[in-house]
Design a protein around this ligand. Structure first.
Ligand code: TYD
Length: 423
């Protein structure tokens, strides 16, 4: 039984308005037109470009042709990738593929550009065939859908966000699913006669793969000395992960769930000056034991990407190095807590303890760990280095004295590589 599903690209698998709008603005500026406002920009999604430049920006034919050319100049290099995969789409495609579905794409976007976008996001391993216009030939949606299908099939669905997708499906003789998270409305899709309507990507998964096993997600952690800029990088990395269509969940250690947050308060409380080093190490491990079981494992099992602000490496560095309990002792204390659950990749924001000290000095409120002497942080740094040496495959080490944007790009590229490799 050959089950097939053909997807529309724009508004169904990906959303491309950011790239389109940036390129329209670029063309307007280059040709001396005023920057179009948000309402005008929105109208550019859907119709042919030349039409939009003429209708919405008052250009004559020659100028509109020039605008299209200028738009493409930027689009082919940058705009194409200023795109986002809808959250959950990766999980949908992985599940379909695991279940043996044939997956194709039928799109009004030029075929070459569509293939480049699909490859950039690493979705090409799920999609067997991409059909879009080639050169000046503009086939209608019916032909595109027919071409995207394999020679033989028993069950076939077209999934799209606009009436053109539904009408194309009817013409091509396949059933259709309208999706509500794209550019069309439920009313438009139902009126055009879709067989099914799915409001969200999750509805689509529930409809097409009701009894399927959810493919596992991934566990990532981020580490560094205090003041290494973790919060900014977590924000930038979150955007990158989300852009690729993964469903991201955040957590932190110590903490991440109610019981572990209580342990966090205890362990970071400035009043607790009498806490023994071994008590401290065990409290961090206890917080982790709960967090691993209650948050990390369930999130990964549900197909999410869990990004954790610090994990066991912090214990090894701060308690093993800083407190001088020793790397191996702290690893032993944590063995039962972690119980084999380790990150797929760990981003290490690399600053030395002197830079960390300078950055911490600028902060107003310091917790019990941050108040420690510089020698403590020097030993913490040394223990981190030891860990990286022991496990170079897992760590992604980034020079944290660079600008946040440069670091963000380096981190995103490497993390995305690891995530896609692990899929
Ligand atoms: P937090 O406010 O989360 O600091 P940061 O923003 O730098 O992560 O405080 C966590 C502190 O606890 C930080 O100084 C590192 C320390 N820590 C340990 O000593 N051992 C551990 O196992 C963990 C997770 C954190």
């Amino acid at each position: 039984m050959r089950k097939c599903v053909i997807f529309d690209l724009d508004g169904t698998l990906t959303r491309s308005e950011e790239g389109i709008w940036n390129c329209v603005k670029y063309a307007a500026e280059k040709l001396g037109f005023e920057e179009p406002d948000a309402a005008t920009l929105r109208k550019f999604i859907g119709p042919p470009l030349g039409y939009s430049f003429r209708e919405y920006m008052g250009m004559d034919d020659a100028m509109a042709d020039k605008a299209v050319e200028t738009y493409r100049e930027r689009y082919n290099v940058l705009g194409l990738f200023e795109n986002r995969v809808f959250p959950g789409i990766r999980r949908l495609l992985r599940t379909l593929k695991n279940d043996g579905w044939y997956i194709g794409v039928a799109t009004g976007k030029p075929q070459r550009a569509s293939e480049r976008i699909i490859a950039y996001f690493g979705l090409d391993k799920y999609i067997t065939k991409v059909c879009g216009p080639v050169g000046d030939h503009r086939p209608d949606k019916i032909d595109l859908i027919r071409n995207a299908l394999p020679a033989q099939w028993d069950e076939a669905w077209m999934v799209g966000d606009r009436k053109f997708d539904v009408e194309g499906a009817i013409g091509a003789g396949v059933r259709s699913i309208g999706v509500g998270y794209g550019y069309g409305s439920e009313e438009e899709l139902r009126q055009s006669g879709c067989d099914e309507y799915c409001e969200t990507v999750q509805d689509l998964i529930d409809f097409l793969c009701p009894d399927s096993q959810v493919p596992a997600g991934a566990f990532l952690s981020i580490e560094g000395l205090d003041g290494s800029g973790k919060s900014t990088q977590i924000r930038l990395l979150t955007d990158a992960i989300d852009r690729f269509g993964y469903e991201i969940v955040h957590s932190r250690e110590p903490g991440g769930c109610a019981i572990s947050e209580k342990i966090r308060d205890l362990v970071l409380d400035k009043e607790n000056v009498g806490m023994c080093d071994i008590t401290e190490a065990m409290l961090y491990a206890a917080s982790r034991a709960q967090h691993v079981r209650q948050v990390i494992r369930p999130a990964v099992a549900a197909g999410k990407v869990l990004l954790c602000d610090r994990f066991v490496d912090s214990s090894v560095a701060y308690q093993g190095g800083g407190r001088q309990l020793g790397v191996q002792t702290v690893l032993d204390i944590n063995a039962r807590a972690v119980d084999g659950t380790m990150p797929l990749a760990t981003v290490y924001l690399d600053i030395d303890h002197e830079t960390s000290l300078k950055r911490r000095a600028a902060a107003t409120e310091l917790d019990r760990m941050e108040m420690e002497a510089d020698s403590f942080h020097a030993r913490t740094e040394a223990a981190y280095r030891e860990l990286i040496k022991r496990d170079p495959e897992r760590f992604i080490v980034v020079d944290a004295t660079q600008s946040p944007e440069v670091m963000g790009k380096q981190i995103a590229e490497k993390v995305m590589g690891r995530l896609m490799e692990a899929e």
